[in-house]
Design a protein around this ligand. Structure first.
Ligand SMILES: Cc1cc2nc3c(=O)[nH]c(=O)nc-3n(C[C@H](O)[C@H](O)[C@H](O)COP(=O)(O)OP(=O)(O)OC[C@H]3O[C@@H](n4cnc5c(N)ncnc54)[C@H](O)[C@@H]3O)c2cc1C
Length: 478
């Protein structure tokens, strides 16, 4: 099936029955009814409905190059700046449904697959593994599949000299190969939405490859035998959208992935034991510029959402006349305009690569991801600083449906609204800035794309500084 609607997506995920462990129990039954997942799955289903809505489908879908049927734009390999814009608008249309609190809407990894799949020739080896990648990309695009991914090894010992040599594999690695495929044993951290997407994309851990057994990349269905997803505690504590306006709908769940002798069929492997390909694959496929373009598009919507929430606080308790309040809200405005400018600059400076793919300019996007990882914690802090005790005086839906209602409406009223209306706004601000869900969002925006310290090192090392140095030199002698 090409681009699908929400019902078709939910039907697929219901049938998946991946091995998911939560609170020490193995999941069984209908995942779409489970308290930890039902809110998110419903919200994701809405994304699929949105792309099928006739008023959006002209830009959120496009004709498949294989069949002519309409497929999702997040799979579009851009050939022009207009295509890049279409990709941005698609991501932002989806992001608006959650204020961008769903970091892993399907377009994130669809974009990764598009980048890799478009450059499938760079993965060709004597066993034709590039073709496996091409098939995977086409299969995903034509069936509107969703993916989670993992490329981080367990956080055991990050010192420079550490070398894993336990007899029992810790980081997921190849322990055997046979005529059917590779056998993988060990763990990977983390997979957001692990077990609740159609497939799991497994890419090489970044940095130097110190062992042959780590040089692999593949994608497998989430219900592959011996593949386990171990969930953290759920932050969707209550189903009530009044009590947890964000957590109840957009809690994505993060999982530890355990491969317990998982057989990965050869036709699913697109990198094996080839250091040259492993070292070149991210650059060759323009993996980072494309993923960062999706990321910055989403983050622009997120700042806009936080700006709106901050202004709602200001209006609700009427604090807009204070200069420091204006300055704090202005910080959000400056952040929003900065991110928008970086994103658009990446499109203006986009260039076609040797395959004819229109690639957004990488430098502004690197600047954007590093900037955002600093801005986001500050913006949630600003929401705390503006909301103060209002972020804690937030009775529940049940309280407002009890004999306390009149007291609460009176004593918790805002400048121009009753207690219930004020509480709704402050609960939203609390779920952004103070709840477990909000705390995880902050951690996510700090780290999901990698450690910002090492991202900055990458920028430092790869940025062409000659022009700047020559300019400085030209002024030395005058
Ligand atoms: C909410 C959330 C969701 C995530 N979802 C996913 C996902 O779906 N898929 C996925 O693959 N990953 C996911 N990640 C993982 C993310 O990619 C990593 O957090 C990130 O790459 C940093 O790695 P780490 O967490 O292992 O931190 P570490 O590498 O262990 O870093 C810990 C600390 O040590 C410092 N440090 C460690 N090594 C070095 C070094 N060499 N040089 C300088 N400083 C160093 C870091 O700066 C940091 O302060 C997620 C992370 C979070 C927080």
């Amino acid at each position: 099936m090409p681009a699908c609607n929400g019902a078709a997506f939910l039907k697929r995920i219901r049938k998946l029955q991946a091995e998911i462990w939560i609170d020490g129990q193995k999941m069984n039954g209908n995942i779409c009814d489970h308290d930890a997942f039902k809110g998110l799955l419903k919200s994701k289903a809405k994304l699929f409905d949105l792309q099928m809505d006739p008023k959006n489908s002209s830009f959120m879908t496009y004709p498949s190059p294989l069949t002519g049927d309409r497929v999702g734009t997040s799979y579009l390999s851009p050939r022009s700046k207009e295509d890049l814009k279409k990709r941005r608008l698609t991501t932002q249309e989806w992001a608006k449904t959650s204020g961008s609190m769903m970091g892993r809407s399907p377009d994130y990894i669809n974009t990764a697959l598009m980048a890799l799949g478009t450059a499938w020739d760079a993965f060709q080896d004597k066993n034709n593994r590039g073709k496996n990648l091409k098939n995977l990309y086409e299969h995903a695009r034509e069936n509107d599949l969703t993916f989670s991914h993992t490329f981080v090894s367990p956080q055991v010992n990050r010192s420079v000299g550490y070398y894993e040599d336990d007899d029992e594999p810790l980081s997921a690695q190849i322990v055997k190969k046979n005529k059917d495929g590779l056998v993988i044993k060990g763990a990977r951290l983390l997979a957001t939405q692990g077990g609740i997407t159609d497939e799991l994309l497994v890419l090489p851990v970044g940095g130097k490859f110190i062992k042959d057994s780590f040089v692999y990349a593949f994608s497998i269905p989430s219900n592959t035998p011996n593949l386990k997803f171990i969930c953290r505690e759920s932050f969707a504590y209550r189903g009530s959208t009044f009590d947890h306006p964000l957590g109840s709908r957009f809690e994505e769940m993060d999982t530890i992935v355990v491969f317990d002798h998982v057989l990965v069929p050869w036709e699913r492997v697109f990198l094996y034991n080839n250091y040259a390909i492993a070292n070149a694959m991210y650059k060759e496929s323009n993996f980072y510029p494309f993923l960062l373009h999706q990321t910055a598009s989403r983050q622009v919507v997120k700042i806009e959402f936080l700006l709106g929430a901050a202004q709602l606080i200001v209006d609700t308790i009427h604090i807009g006349e204070y200069q420091h309040v204006q300055e704090k809200v202005s910080e959000l405005i400056i952040g929003l305009e900065t991110m928008k400018a970086l994103l658009l600059s990446s499109e203006v400076e986009a260039k076609q690569d040797k395959r004819g793919t229109m690639v957004p300019s990488e430098n502004p996007l690197h600047a954007a991801i590093i900037t955002f990882s600093r801005l986001y914690p500050r913006f949630t802090e600003i929401i705390q600083l503006l909301g103060a005790s209002g972020l804690i005086s937030i009775p529940t839906e049940k309280d407002f449906n009890s004999p306390l209602k009149n007291d609460l409406n009176h004593y918790l009223q805002g400048a121009f609204c009753n207690g219930e209306e004020k509480t709704k706004i402050f609960r939203l601000a609390w779920d952004i800035s103070t709840s477990a869900f909000g705390g995880r969002q902050t951690l996510y925006e700090r780290f999901f794309f990698g450690d910002p310290v090492r991202l900055s090192t990458g920028l430092y090392n790869n940025y062409a500084k000659d022009h700047a140095v020559n300019l400085a030199k030209s002024l030395l002698d005058h």
